[in-house]
Design a binder for this molecule. Sequence first.
Ligand code: GN1
Ligand code: MG
Length: 369
Amino acid sequence: MSESMLRAVLECYNFDGPILSCEPCGSGHINETYRVTCSQPGGRTRRYVLQRMNRSVFQDIDGLMENVANVTAYLRRSLLLSGGDPDRGTMNLLPTQTGKNYCTDPEGGCWRVFLFIEGAVCLDRVEKPQDFYESAVAFGSFQRLLADYPAETLHETIPNFHNTESRFCDFERAVREDVCGRAASVQSEIAFAMERREEAGALVHMQRDGLLPLRVTHNDTKLNNVMLDRETGKGLCVIDLDTVMPGLAVNDFGDSIRFGASTAAEDEPDLTKVEMDLSLFELYAKGFLEGCGGSLTDREIEVLPMAAKLMTLECGIRFLGDYLSGDRYFRVHREGHNLDRARTQFRLVADMERKWDAMHDAIRRVSGS
Ligand code: GN1
Ligand code: MG
């Protein structure tokens, strides 16, 4: 990102004080994130988060930003009514000088600014089990807080985002087209995925048959998409609202498990380090059900292990498909990065299959069923 471009973007905003610095931060795979620090009287500072949204991933930036603005305003109101902290319990957008919720740079890039949440941390790995539990409560509560949000007014920012059936079609197309000539070298990974093709649509079918309800969901419930209070360790605020859409509550659960209950990083090259930790699975389930406040149906609770497996499988085929397509979707930092990511996901799927009964026992324990 050129300095002059950044300067042009920063000029669209009325920051509270002169800008001292603007540096990259965060570890997301899609958007580009910076932290802007402004100076205030008395040597104090005020910070902001500046993000360039990924326009090839998000085709409808107006719709996306309308979702983000409306959902954060809704959360802010609920927090005010319930005695919560509206400045730390939700993201808050800073409008541009002309009152818009994002701005466009001379090359067509789209940018937005949020107030920085002070005294909070965002973790790429579970450091203490309690952190994972707190993130579960936060994602569960997020869903509960939005339970009465008018879902029909939300734009579908990425159509079929967790449609595991259409994800498989995309994957098969990537294998067929094999544009980089990489498919021959990953036959066993492709075969692993294809053996699970039929099962992949299980939850999609249940939703279609009216057995699972559509709810307002987050859809990207990685541990690093929740901020925890640095002092108390409590979940403060759910971030990365780009994929808030009507979806399955159980997928929000499943996506958290695939990322946070793993004993290794998402891109760990040494697969012997990768396992799904059963005690973290149970702890997350407990926190998530508490956060949801008793709103999940018995059937939703019953399919939580399946959702964990299918969200992991889906992510695996997305990474592998992207590897085959030349790494055009997920940002990569090394050769074979997306392949490493796909392999950890498949390793987790295989481990969940081994631990299947124990996962169900854990769910029965925490739900008292
Ligand atoms: C992306 O933006 P980020 O890094 O939080 C992706 C998720 C994947 C995740 C895998 C919009 O999330 O769906 O699960 O990477 N987000 C989008 O780490 O595709
Ligand atoms: Mg993120």
